[in-house]
Design a protein around this ligand. Structure first.
Ligand code: FES
Length: 106
């Protein structure tokens, strides 16, 4: 379980990258917190630097879009899903449960 930040430090529409290996991007999509692998499956862009619209994040490099709920790409040029990671909020702190680390691939 990886502490990310306080919930109040990640307002709606914002994202943060955590330097795990591989890095994970955490998003506040209109009050719902999601975590996915930060690296776009097309090339090496950071999805935490992308644009958030609803439950979709658009890659800043070539504009592929990923659904934060499933990790699935919704348009080209990305063809492969990014991994999703379970998130919990406890006492106002956001925690990511690294899918590979804890064997809980979502
Ligand atoms: S690196 Fe993300 S779409 Fe190309």
């Amino acid at each position: 379980m990886i502490p990310v930040c306080h919930l109040t430090d990640l307002p709606a529409g914002e994202s943060v990258r955590i330097d795990t290996a591989p890095p994970i991007a955490v998003f506040n999509a209109d009050g719902e917190i999601y975590a996915i692998d930060d690296t776009c499956t097309h090339q090496d862009a950071s999805l935490a630097d992308g644009w958030l619209e609803g439950c979709l994040v658009e890659c800043p490099l070539h504009a592929a879009s990923f659904d934060l709920r499933t990790g699935m790409p919704t348009c080209l040029p990305a063809r492969r899903a990014v991994r999703t990671h379970p998130v919990t909020v406890e006492d106002g702190m956001i925690y990511v449960h690294h899918a590979a680390e804890e064997g809980t691939a979502a």
